[in-house]
Design a protein around this ligand. Structure first.
Ligand SMILES: NC(=O)c1ccc[n+]([C@@H]2O[C@H](COP(=O)([O-])OP(=O)(O)OC[C@H]3O[C@@H](n4cnc5c(N)ncnc54)[C@H](OP(=O)(O)O)[C@@H]3O)[C@@H](O)[C@H]2O)c1
Length: 339
């Protein structure tokens, strides 16, 4: 089979297209013929060595993907062969991700994908949707799970709603019944966040975004899903309601964070920091179940008309796909693996 590998950390040029044996699924595992592989910022950060040194002598990158199960290991129901699935956390603790014609994952990390949902949708779910789920389920007064109605009466602020995670935050929050406000930085991104389902968009680079958000949500925001805590802390604090939650999944821009302890005490602020690698199996499983339900409801579409343009590359241009993500491509970067 064709596979992308790297043997050393470095720039995109460490990625090579090679031939490898088709892997056999072990006990409790499924083998998937990968149709599309989703690229996330963590994939290039891991490849570059910025986050961790190499954990294996050779790595096939990419956590997310979608395809069809073509074999199962011992203990897995054989009726799953032929099932369309989306994959999550494929490279967590193992060296073989989805940038290959076949990959092997624990059966629970291959989630059935309904016929109505394309492989584009499936390969876009993993990291963004599971992150968004976590961000929306850590408030003091719940909910812990998402379903229609779970966020009724709540106001969610999706920072940077034209980003891949921001897009998933908007879609999941909207599906669960929240009023959704998204910050954006341009009219084009306003259009995307609105297409994703945001009720309101506010340009965070112009005017007085805090006053605008306060006008939209006079009682304050219940949950902020934050991509740039250092840059946005003052804004978040200005719009958060008492006992509100700031769920932080990134600090893009790298600005340092300085907390005003008294202000946070007065608000009873809850900060939840999150990274999928250590969120634990229970949270991942719950998130995958709820995301699967949202997919069945048709609530997580992708594509320009749904606020997430698709930027596609063939497998032999995976290096360009990494560069696109690193350079901040707007939308979802996908690698087409097999037809
Ligand atoms: N903790 C986790 O488990 C986890 C999971 C997924 C992703 N992440 C991290 O989250 C970040 C985003 O990932 P992604 O896949 O969504 O990337 P993406 O598609 O490139 O989106 C990033 C978004 O952040 C927005 N942004 C940047 N600075 C902002 C600011 N000051 N205020 C508001 N929005 C801002 C950008 O919009 P503008 O350019 O318009 O500002 C852009 O829409 C990356 O650093 C990634 O590594 C972490």
């Amino acid at each position: 089979m064709k596979a992308i590998i790297y043997r050393d950390n470095g720039g995109p040029d460490v990625l090579q297209l090679v031939d490898r044996d088709v892997p056999a699924p072990g006990p409790g595992e499924v083998r998937v013929r990968v149709a599309a592989s989703g690229v996330n910022p963590t994939d290039w950060k891991t490849r570059s060595g910025a986050t961790n040194p190499m954990s294996f002598p050779e790595v096939t990158p990419h956590l997310d993907g979608a395809g069809v199960i073509d074999d199962v290991g011992e203990g897995v129901d054989r009726s799953r062969v032929g099932q369309r699935v989306w994959l999550f956390m494929a490279t967590a603790g193992r060296p073989t991700g989805t940038a290959a014609e076949f990959t092997v994952v624990p059966a629970g990390q291959a989630v059935p994908l309904p016929d109505e949902a394309g492989f584009d949708v499936g390969a876009s779910l993993g990291v963004p949707a599971l992150t968004a789920h976590r961000a929306l389920t850590v408030a003091e007064d719940g909910p812990r799970r998402l379903r229609p109605g779970a966020l009724d009466g709540k106001v969610v602020l999706a920072a940077g709603g034209a980003g891949a995670v921001g897009h998933a935050v908007i879609q999941l929050a909207r599906w669960a019944g929240a009023t959704v406000i998204s910050t954006i930085s341009s009219p084009e991104k306003a259009r995307l966040a609105t297409a994703a389902g945001a009720h309101h968009v506010v340009n965070y680079r112009e005017g007085d975004p805090a006053a605008e958000i306060r006008k939209l949500a006079p009682d304050g925001v219940d949950i902020v899903a934050e991509v740039a805590l250092g840059a946005n802390l003052a804004l978040d604090m200005a719009v958060l309601r008492t006992r509100g939650t700031i769920s932080t999944y990134a600090n893009d821009g790298g600005r340092p964070v300085e907390l005003d302890v008294m202000q946070n005490m007065r608000l009873n602020t809850r900060f939840q920091f999150l990274v999928l690698y250590t969120v634990g199996p229970e949270a991942l499983t719950s998130a995958a179940e709820d995301v699967a339900a949202a997919v069945r409801d048709g609530a997580l579409p992708v594509g320009e008309e749904h606020g997430l343009p698709l930027v596609r590359f063939p497998l032999d241009r995976t290096a360009d796909a990494h560069l696109a993500v690193e350079n901040g491509a707007v939308g979802k970067v996908l690698v087409d693996v097999t037809p």
